[in-house]
Design a protein around this ligand. Structure first.
Ligand code: IMP
Length: 434
């Protein structure tokens, strides 16, 4: 892959999130002028190791760590102003000034305290088998209110004080009555105080708020190179993921979320881990609850960036991931965390499922079936060698290369990027001549 020839590019995860998108985006950004977050909100956690420091970004695009990059949070994302200002401030304390390099869509919906409350009380009230294991950041309830079209407020609404005060008072009265009736939650909210707090925060964010689809159009016209940064993963997509154990946004909907034509995006980098992880609840056919799963978790540092929860770990699921790849159509594959699999004599890849006597070759739609299937594995030779110092394809042991070729064939996407450790340098870029 020649990085400068990618054209406008979208980077998105082909599993259940946490594939290592933050690192891929950070790496590619050297060749881009604009970074765009098009979905999700403070539920996302993108880890980037830059200049020897580890950064966990939630709402801000990863381009904030690259001087000169314009960072856009587009209409498909949701904004928690307090969390966003907190993120900007904590970066400032570490010497990174976001300054003029940020724009926020005036159409993006806003997360309020009652959304965060609903996230918590709805989870608490759910039956154990219905709990979603959300990140409790209020993102789901905010998207719910957006789609309901009765209780949603957008960034542009924060600049009309009288309207905001009145609408928020009505919305909070309705929502708290609902929480009381359905969840028996008696917590009250001071609508006037919240309105004032949001007006103050909106004033701080004012220089950043604009029509970001117009801005993207202008930037494209000027020939600026745009990188769209997916959040969560394809299997958490609200339409195509393992519903209802998904996030609340269209994680693969980069064009709608960003407000640009799909045809303006030339390359799609699908990011996978060399194994699979899932954080929160929901079906996970290849989950390993034994010592192998624990080894992967501790070697890979598999703890949630946003919540710190231990991630569930398992073997690579080539059925679920090929399903995601078919929908998304990646032009390039990034296989991350290859170093984490070092030391296993054998590695397994799920190539089908068994449901009683039946063999399934496609991902079932319903969680009921997904919870009942057994993975069918292919077993491949593992590799003992530490990969963290490998810098080119030929540095990798033959079995690691064979594993990559195998994944590439299963997903029908060429491998372009290989992760062998957390830092920028610990990456192999597969060039066109290889
Ligand atoms: P929510 O997005 O907070 O509503 O959570 C819904 C599901 O998506 C839960 O299983 C979360 O653990 C999962 N989820 C949300 N954001 C991320 C992420 O950035 N990485 C991985 N999983 C996520």
């Amino acid at each position: 892959m020649e990085l400068r020839d990618l054209g406008n590019t979208c980077v998105l995860g082909l599993q259940w999130g946490d594939e290592g998108k933050g690192k891929v985006v950070d790496l590619l950004l050297e060749h881009f002028d604009v970074a765009v977050r098009y979905a999700g909100g403070a539920n996302a956690g993108h880890t980037v190791v830059a200049g020897g420091q580890k950064f966990a970004l939630h709402q801000l695009p990863s381009g904030v760590l690259r001087p000169g990059v314009m960072n856009i949070i587009a209409a498909g994302a949701v904004i928690d102003p307090a969390a966003l200002l907190g993120e900007i401030e904590s970066l400032r304390q570490r010497g990174i000034v976001v300054g003029d390099g940020l724009r926020i869509s005036d159409r993006a919906h806003v997360v309020f305290p009652h959304h965060r409350r609903e996230d918590v009380v709805a989870e608490k009230a759910a039956r154990p088998d219905e709990k979603l294991g959300t990140t409790a950041r209020g993102v789901g309830p905010c998207y719910t209110d957006k789609v309901a079209r009765r209780w949603g407020l957008r960034m542009c609404d924060l600049y009309h004080p009288e309207y905001l005060r009145q609408r928020l008072a009505e919305i909070i009265a309705q929502r708290t009555a609902y929480f009381g009736a359905v969840y028996e939650s008696r917590e009250s909210f001071d609508a006037a105080a919240i309105a004032q707090e949001y007006l103050d925060m909106a004033a701080q964010l004012r220089p950043f708020v604009c029509d970001t689809s117009l801005l993207l159009h202008q930037l494209r016209t000027q020939g600026k190179r745009i990188l769209l940064e997916g959040a969560q993963g394809s299997l958490l997509d609200v339409d195509h993921g393992t519903y209802p154990f998904v996030t609340s946004s269209s994680t693969i909907g980069y064009a709608t979320g960003a407000g640009i034509p799909a045809a303006a995006v030339k390359s799609i980098v699908g990011v996978v881990k060399a194994y699979a992880t899932r954080v929160g609840t929901g079906p996970f056919p290849t989950e390993l609850t034994d010592a192998v799963g624990q080894t992967i978790r501790s070697r890979g540092g598999e703890y949630g960036t946003t919540t710190g929860r231990p991630r569930r770990c398992g073997w690579f699921d080539a059925v679920a991931t090929a399903y995601a790849a078919r929908i998304v159509g990646p032009t390039h594959l990034a296989v991350m965390h290859m170093d984490t699999l070092s030391g296993f004599e054998q590695v397994k890849v799920c190539v089908g499922y068994r449901l009683g006597e039946r063999r399934l070759n496609e991902l079932p739609a319903d969680a009921y079936t997904l919870e009942r299937i057994e993975p069918v594995y292919d077993t491949l030779p593992g590799w003992e060698t530490d990969l963290t110092n490998c810098r080119k394809l030929t540095d990798l042991p033959a079995s690691a290369r064979a594993y990559l070729d195998y994944l590439s064939e299963r997903l029908n996407v060429p491998v372009a990027i290989i992760g062998v450790g957390p830092s920028r340098a610990q990456t192999i870029i597969v060039t066109d001549s290889e």
